[in-house]
Design a protein around this ligand. Sequence first.
Ligand code: 4AD
Ligand code: MG
Length: 472
Amino acid sequence: VADVKGGGDEGAAWVGRQLAVRGWVRTCRAQRTVTFVEVNDGSCLSNMQCVLTPDTEGYDQIDSITTGASVLVEGVIASSQGGKQKVELKVSKITMIGESDPTSFPIQKKRASREFLRTVAHLRPRTNTFGAMARVRNALAYATHKFFQDNGFVWVSSPIITASDCEGAGEQFYVTTLLSNSAEGGCLVNNIPSTKDGRVDWSQDFFCKPAFLTVSGQLNGETYASALSDIYTFGPTFRAENSNTSRHLAEFWMIEPELAFADLNDDMACASSYLQYVVKYILENCKEDMDFFNTWIEKGIIDRLNDVVEKNFVHLSYSDAVELLVGSKKKFEFPVKWGLDLQSEHERYITEVAFGGRPVIIRDYPKEIKAFYMRQNDDGKTVAAMDLLVPRVGELIGGSQREERLDYLEARLDELNLNKDSYWWYLDLRRFGSVPHAGFGLGFERLVQFVTGIDNIRDVIPFPRVPGSAEF
Ligand code: 4AD
Ligand code: MG
């Protein structure tokens, strides 16, 4: 259907041609002599309007052509009399493939709430919003690979199971599995392999040490950047943060480029060009779906995204951001003070109110609120970190220049009481041919939120994983 409707003339060039469409019935309207069946095959937002008459082969099955059923329709494309579409399919034959009981099919024509659709996540891709979301998400993934590949980055698969906590926030999901339940005295206590007397006995664990689902592929990414130069990862990451917000998932996809022989300025330039590239790609290649979001989900989103592509991003230091927030005299829920982390309300105020909806990059955060691997600035108080904030979503990207100096990194690990031995391979990168390098992580679902205007992160991933819910 996308091939027919996507040519710019809404299919006019196809008039007179034979077509077979396989898809799912959206609606069926019977009139006295003709029946209109709207069929969607998922290739685009548009349905194919199929016109059936009593002469149509298979017309005797008309009663089973109900919303949700799958059908094969064959016929000839003709100009449509109705105003809604340029062309329709005059059906010579319709074949029922899979019936759909109209009394129990949960997705009916009337608009269902996003909350309800989460309870039928296996069927929600059959709606306009989720079909469009899935196509735009796919296009964003394609554009991501294209951007990095065209710029000479190598895609690296970072492991999903790991023994290191990259962000040091203690938000990992444990992966512990007893090798054998019959092993002497083996049992699980608080999900950790233990002996009967309560001692931790890692020898009975599959990995012989605590292992987690990764919170970030960065540390592994740095190893390949220290050999291949520019690389990126793009894979699932996991965080057991117990936050029920519209911006957090327990399982989300992250894009993490790592640039060798690069500093924070290179990192910020890469983040800006990447974001502008993918947004432009979507505006040019997902027009029908973006028009839908512009009309039904967030009015004006296309203009806003055009601005993102055309205008420079705002740059601001953390200290200036704090000054701006304090000077705003606005009553925030959380306090604003040098040394405290910025909360989502602060981030949104900065991009939405102070800078009228432009993306803002904040740099040079206090080292106490950032991860151990960030490069210390000469002032001794801040690190070469950056966050990229966008309207509605807040933090879209977090990144930094990495500490490439062995003595500084070891001192920082000590300061934070982190076990240097377990970072031996990470420290090796600083022992053997260390180079200045920098990178960032972009939360893919937050990007989908930003581009589609869909306000809850649970509605931009096929099967959201959040506290209390891992259905489907
Ligand atoms: O700021 P974060 O924690 O940075 C890192 O993980 C670095 N290791 C990245 C790097 O430098 N390679 O996470 C990066 C981004 C955030 O800006 C946010 O967009 C997203 O990941 N993110 C989440 N998205 C959805 N749900 C969550 N629970 C998220 N936590 C972070
Ligand atoms: Mg962050």
